[in-house]
Design a protein around this ligand. Structure first.
Ligand code: EPZ
Length: 449
C-alpha cells in the first residue's frame, strides 16, 4: 500500500513549472475519436486518469502511445470492442466518450454511473441535451443507449455543467446544420477543447462565453495540439507555499485563469504578483481568515480548490466559512483534518473552520483527489510526521506531487508498505479501500462501428 510520509514545519520556497491540465487532457483525448487520424497531443500530464483514458481508447480500437511529453492517438480505425468494465469504473470522465462516439459512429452505449466520493453526479443534463440535439436516448437502471445524428437547433443547459457542455459540443459535430448551446460552462478547459476541435478542422465557436455554436461536418486534418496549463495544480502549489509560510514562483501559468484563488490568498495576507506566464507569492507571518468563501462555476472560486482552502483555513487566524455550492458531498477531508487537531464544523454545504495555532502530524487517508491533496498540504503544515494513505486517489490527478513539493524544499517521501494489520484496520475504518477508485463505472460499448 503506497503512502506519502511527510515531515512538516519547513516553509516551501523556489520555482515550480506547472504541468498540463488534467481537466483539459481528458475531454481532448475523448475528442481525438471525433476525427479519424493520427493526433499528437502535447503537455498531457502523466497521471492515472490519462492512462485509464488511453486504455479505454485502445479498447475502442484506437492506438495510443506516450512519446515523452506527447501522447500520440491514432483513431483511424475504431472497432466495436467493449472496454472491460473494471477499467471504465475507474474513470467518470469517460462520459465524454458519449459525445465523441456518437459523432464518429452514430452510436454509443454507456453504463449508468454510480455516484462518486464527492457527490451523486447525475448525467441528466447530458442525456436531456442529447435528446434535444435529435439523438435517440433510451435508459434503464443499468445502461444508456444512444443513437442517431444531430439535427441541429438550440439547447439551453439548465445548469452550466462542464462535462455536459463538452459532451454536447462533440455530439453536435455529427449533424450538417448549426447547433447553438446556451448557458454553457465557461471554464478555460472548454476553450481548450474548442481549440483542439478547431485544430482538427471542425467549426466550433464561442467556448468561454455562455453560448457555443457548432457547425456539423467532418474534421479535415490530424491535430498537433498543446494542452493548457493546469490551473488547479497551480492553485494547489500556491496554497502549499502559503500554508507553510513560504514564498515561490510558479512558471508556465497565466494568473488570469486563477483570479478568484489569487484574490482569496491576498485576502489571507499573501503578497502576489502575476504576469503573463508566471505567478509569484510571498506568504505573511501567519495567514488570516478570508472570511466567507463560496465555490462557484468559473470564474468563481473553484470547487476543486475548496479542500485545499479548508486546510489553509485550519491554521489561519480567525473563523472561516466555506460554502460548497457545486458538489453535495465534498467535505470528506474534514474528518481526516480533525485527526490532526483541526476545529471544523460542517452542516450540509457549509463548513465553519476556527483557526488553530498548529496541526499535529497523524496517519490520515485520502478519500478523493482534491481532498487527498488537502491532506498533503496539512502534512506540510503540521508538526512531526504525517502519513497519507489512499494516495492512488491523488495520483489520478497530480503528476509526481511528492517530487514537485520536494523541488520546493518539502520533506515528503512516497513509500510502499506491505499492508500491516494496523494499516489495514485504520484504512478499513475510514473506508479507505486501496483497490477501489470509488468513482462511477462508465462503460461505453459500441454496438457497432
Ligand atoms: C468537471 O466535472 C471536472 N472534471 C471536475 O473536476 C470539476 O469539479 C467540475 O467540472 C466542476 O468544475 C473534469 O473536467 C474531468 P459538472 P463535471 O458537470 O463535468 C451537477 C477534479 O477534481 N450535474 O460541472 O462532472 C453535478 O452533480 C474534478 O478535477 C447534474 O446535476 O462537473 C454537480 O453537482 C472533480 N447533472 C454540478 O452539476 C448533470 O448532468 C457540476 O457538475 C451534470 C452535472
Amino acid at each position: 500500500m503506497e503512502s506519502y510520509h511527510i515531515r512538516g514545519g519547513t516553509p516551501l520556497h523556489g520555482e515550480y513549472p506547472v504541468k498540463g491540465a488534467k481537466n483539459a487532457a481528458l475531454p481532448i483525448l475523448a475528442a481525438a475519436l471525433c476525427k479519424g487520424g493520427i493526433h499528437e497531443i502535447y503537455g498531457c500530464p502523466d497521471i492515472g486518469d490519462a492512462s485509464v483514458m488511453m486504455d479505454i481508447l485502445k479498447g475502442l480500437g484506437a492506438d495510443c502511445r506516450r512519446d515523452g511529453n506527447c501522447l500520440v492517438v491514432d483513431s483511424r480505425q475504431l472497432t466495436s470492442a467493449a472496454v472491460p468494465r473494471q477499467l471504465m469504473s475507474m474513470l467518470r470522465s469517460s462520459v465524454f466518450l458519449m459525445g465523441s462516439l456518437l459523432m464518429r459512429t452514430g452510436e454509443a452505449v454507456v453504463y449508468r454511473p454510480g455516484g462518486c466520493n464527492i457527490g451523486s453526479r447525475p448525467i441528466d443534463i447530458h442525456t436531456d441535451g442529447l435528446r434535444h440535439l435529435g439523438y435517440t436516448v433510451t435508459e434503464d437502471e443499468e445502461k444508456i443507449v444512444c443513437s442517431g445524428r444531430c439535427r441541429g437547433g438550440r439547447y439551453v443547459l439548465p445548469y452550466p455543467s462542464v462535462g455536459a457542455t463538452e459532451n454536447l459540443m462533440m455530439a453536435a459535430l455529427s449533424g450538417d446544420g448549426l447547433t447553438v448551446l446556451e448557458n454553457c460552462a465557461i471554464e478555460p478547459e472548454i476553450l481548450d477543447l474548442q481549440g483542439f476541435l478547431r485544430t482538427c478542422g471542425f467549426q466550433v465557436y464561442g467556448a468561454g462565453t455562455g453560448t457555443i455554436a457548432v457547425l456539423g461536418g467532418k474534421g479535415i486534418s490530424d491535430a498537433m495540439y498543446f494542452i493548457m496549463e493546469d490551473r488547479i495544480e497551480a492553485a494547489t502549489y500556491l496554497m502549499a507555499l502559503a500554508g507553510t509560510g513560504g514564498e515561490g514562483i510558479l512558471t508556465g501559468v497565466r494568473g488570469r485563469l486563477l483570479g478568484s484563488v489569487l484574490q482569496v490568498l491576498e485576502n489571507m495576507g499573501c503578497r502576489i504578483r502575476s504576469f503573463q506566464d508566471r505567478i509569484e507569492l510571498v506568504s505573511p507571518e501567519r495567514l488570516r481568515s478570508p472570511g466567507m468563501v463560496s465555490t462557484a462555476p468559473y470564474p468563481g472560486f473553484p470547487t476543486d480548490c475548496q479542500p485545499q482552502l479548508m486546510t489553509l483555513a485550519v491554521c489561519a487566524a480567525g473563523e472561516t466559512r466555506i460554502c460548497e455550492e457545486i458538489f453535495e458531498n465534498r467535505f470528506s477531508h474534514k474528518k481526516e483534518l480533525m485527526k490532526m487537531g483541526a476545529n471544523i464544523e460542517t452542516c450540509g454545504k457549509n463548513a465553519i473552520i476556527k483557526g488553530i495555532g498548529r496541526l499535529q502530524g497523524a496517519e490520515v487517508c485520502a478519500q478523493d483527489l482534491r481532498g487527498g491533496a488537502a491532506l498533503v498540504l496539512a502534512g506540510l503544515m503540521a508538526e512531526e510526521e504525517t502519513v497519507v494513505t489512499g494516495i492512488h486517489h491523488i495520483e489520478r490527478g497530480y503528476e509526481g506531487l511528492e517530487r514537485g513539493l520536494r523541488l520546493l524544499g518539502g520533506n515528503i517521501e512516497k513509500k510502499n508498505e506491505r499492508k500491516t494489520k494496523k494499516t489495514e484496520e485504520s484504512a478499513a475504518e475510514v473506508g479507505c479501500v486501496s483497490a477501489d477508485h470509488g468513482s462511477s463505472p462508465w462503460v461505453p460499448v459500441l454496438s457497432h462501428v
